[in-house]
Design a protein around this ligand. Structure first.
Ligand code: PMP
Length: 285
């Protein structure tokens, strides 16, 4: 994937895709001092663009570093990347990290911070499963306690257990895995938040130890605008059996219906389809 045409924005300028490299002594590569964003452009416009740039700054602050570009500069850079690659619908990845520098130990405050923005065309995150209902495994890994990690940052280090969970899921023929949190409550999937429907009302885990996704917040707003009651609360594993519908939300996942989690089945019901379709419309408004 590194040997292709295209432009990537790096540290203030657009450069050739093939030249967008880092040194092997990059601090982030050794110690996960890296934060990132996943965004989608629809018709040339990034949905909730500014919120993503602000979250990138927030994530960096949680990891003790400051991005040397303002939110406005990041906004302009993202537009430049889309234009330079002539993308209309694309996934946008901004990543900021501690570079190689004087510190080669755990500390990194003397190392420069770098920022890159790449974009590529990326269709449905769950491929064919998208409207049929994705099949999820149940991960053996738990979302960690807020006392062990800055859990609201979109930081690379938080994804190690997500990758492991997703590998295990794929080995079982599933598209993704649902994770419980450190207390045993339902948390989220490896790169998306989760919603359930029961008796016409919606239940979604309270984001007190994982990312409160921008898509999640958008979908809650959509539900409330339809006067659908949304319960943000702790959800016990034994409740899974009683839920009728389930879907995932995320920038990459958009609104993806879930058909199965472990041994529990869900229907791709009316509300799920309605929300998925309205989200598709909203992102292009
Ligand atoms: N949780 C995790 C672990 C994620 O990686 C993502 C994707 N960024 C989400 C939730 C959903 O966040 P958003 O809706 O902001 O993309």
């Amino acid at each position: 994937y590194d040997d292709r045409d295209g432009k990537i924005w790096m540290d203030g300028a657009l450069i050739d895709w093939r030249e967008a490299n880092v040194h092997i002594l990059t601090h982030a590569l050794h110690y996960a001092s890296s934060v990132f964003e996943g965004e989608r452009a629809y018709g040339g416009k990034i949905f909730r663009s500014r919120e993503h740039s602000e979250r990138l700054h927030y994530s960096a602050s949680q990891l003790d570093f400051e991005i040397p570009f303002s939110v406005d500069e990041i906004e302009a850079a993202k537009t430049d990347v889309l234009r330079a690659n002539s993308y209309s619908d694309a996934y946008v990845r901004a990543v900021a990290w501690r570079a190689a520098g004087e510190d080669m130990g755990v500390a990194s405050s003397r190392n420069p911070v770098r920022l890159a923005i790449a974009a590529w065309e990326w269709g449905a995150y769950y491929g064919d499963a998208k409207m049929k209902g994705a099949k999820l495994d149940i991960s053996k890994w738990k979302r960690p306690s807020p006392e062990t990690i800055p859990c609201h940052a979109k930081a690379a280090g938080l994804y190690m257990i997500c990758t492991l969970s997703k590998h295990a899921a794929e080995a079982k023929g599933c598209s993704d895995a649902m994770m419980f949190d450190y207390r045993g409550y339902v948390a989220e999937a490896t790169g998306a938040n989760i919603f359930f429907v029961k008796d016409g009302e919606v239940h979604t885990p309270k984001p007190d130890c994982f990312l409160n996704g921008i898509t999640r917040q958008t979908v809650i707003g959509m539900l409330e605008a339809r006067q659908v009651k949304v319960h943000e609360r702790h959800i016990m594993p034994e409740e899974l059996e009683g839920f009728e519908q389930c879907w995932l939300t995320g920038t990459a996942a958009e609104v993806t219906p879930v058909g199965q989690i472990g041994d529990y089945s869900f229907e791709v019901g009316r509300l799920t389809r309605e929300i998925a379709e309205s989200y598709e419309k909203l992102v292009r408004e």
